[in-house]
Design a protein around this ligand. Structure first.
Ligand code: SF4
Length: 364
């Protein structure tokens, strides 16, 4: 039996219902970075919303410019179509202008039935950034206090942080040891993306069961790195496997860019801030392009990847701003790259499939 057959991946809707039945609340959380531990300390389960891909996009399109990305368009469509009715609040981190625009629409023009909480990240990893972010988290605490009607102590928040740190440590191990686990890419990403909606304890149980079982093997295939926002449509991952390649590491906003290190501070707000700000380089925290390039280069060195696929959501400006320099920098290092643009609602086009196949032929 392989690991992918043995692991039962719970559905988001079931997890949300079960959490609510036990008296908890659910928060719909837009990309990218936010303090999971703080929400869970309030007994609020974060359910991340990266699109989703299969929605009636006409609902959101009626209120957005046609050049807004499909992640935001689909999220608005999903909210307007009642897909997030299970949520007791909606959190919109200010990762990019499109998400900030979505926050404004929800706050000022199309208010949903739930409270909407915008959330700001500092740009740059300076000490002032950490102070600002810890303050922002304290402010968020007050909003959550009003909504949940409870006031968790620092000790409760710290316990929640420690659960998250254990879960993130296991998540990092899964990333690192993926080549020895018998998961095809599609199943591996279904597994690690449960971090987007499972309470830390449940994720820990699943991850631990994988390490406890004797699933070790060695994956074959052309090693590649995947960069971008989110691996949707997830058919991409099946295409990669069918063409004889495998993802050995990623720089995806929903996955590898959120491998947060454990914190050190004894103050829970500073600890949550330092964890998020200490994550891998990301434009939405103001990381210089050179840091991203160095990070990709280190990943390539560590995994012997033969190339990088930049898998970008159409109209995702922040990714597009960095793309030319990243491709140029990798090209200078002799690393082949290919850039594919997608609308997360559409299946992978035959043109994109052909380009991926040609890329693998080139680096084989
Ligand atoms: S895909 Fe890009 S533009 Fe769209 S919400 Fe995500 S980061 Fe922002």
């Amino acid at each position: 039996m392989t690991a992918e057959n043995a692991v039962l991946i719970p559905r988001r809707s079931e997890v949300a219902s079960a959490f609510k039945q036990q008296g908890g609340l659910v928060a719909a959380v837009l990309p990218i970075h936010y303090p999971r531990a703080l929400l869970l300390a309030f007994n609020i389960l974060p359910m991340e919303v990266w699109g989703p891909p299969r929605v009636d996009v006409s609902l959101g399109s009626a209120h957005l410019q046609p050049y807004v990305c499909s992640v935001v368009r689909n999220a608005l469509s999903f909210i307007l179509g009642g897909g997030l009715d299970v949520a007791d609040l909606i959190m919109v981190p200010h990762a990019c202008d499109s998400l900030q625009g979505l926050g404004s629409i929800l706050l000022d023009f199309l208010p949903p039935k739930q409270p909407v909480i915008p959330f700001y990240l500092p740009r740059g990893g300076s000490q002032q950034g950490e102070v600002f972010f810890a303050e922002e988290l304290r402010f968020l605490y007050q909003r959550l206090e009003e909504i949940a009607g409870i006031s968790p102590s620092n000790e409760t928040i710290m316990k929640s942080i420690q659960w998250e740190e254990v879960a993130d440590e296991l998540l990092a191990r899964l990333h690192k040891q993926r080549g020895r686990l018998q998961f095809k890419d599609h199943d591996f990403y279904r597994l690690i993306r449960t971090r987007e909606y499972l309470p830390a304890e449940d994720f820990i149980d699943i991850a631990q069961s994988i390490f406890d079982a004797d699933y070790e093997g060695q994956q074959e295939g052309i090693p590649i790195i995947l960069s971008g926002i989110v691996p949707e449509p997830m058919g991409l991952l099946k295409t990669i496997s069918e063409f004889g390649a495998r993802v050995v590491a990623d720089d995806l906003a929903c996955c590898g860019r959120r491998l947060y290190p454990a914190g050190r501070s004894e103050d829970p707000f500073f600890r949550m801030a330092e964890r998020i700000l200490g994550g891998p380089p990301d434009w939405c925290r103001g990381s210089p392009i050179q840091d991203r390039l160095d990070h990709l280069h280190r990943m390539i060195d560590a995994t012997d990847a033969r190339g990088v696929i930049f898998y970008n959501v159409k109209f995702c400006e922040p990714e597009l701003f960095d793309l030319p320099d990243l491709r140029q920098g990798l090209g200078d290092l002799g690393v082949p790259t290919v850039s594919i643009e997608v609308d997360i609602s559409d299946p992978l086009s035959s043109q994109a499939t052909t380009r991926i196949e040609a890329f693998f032929e080139m680096i084989r």
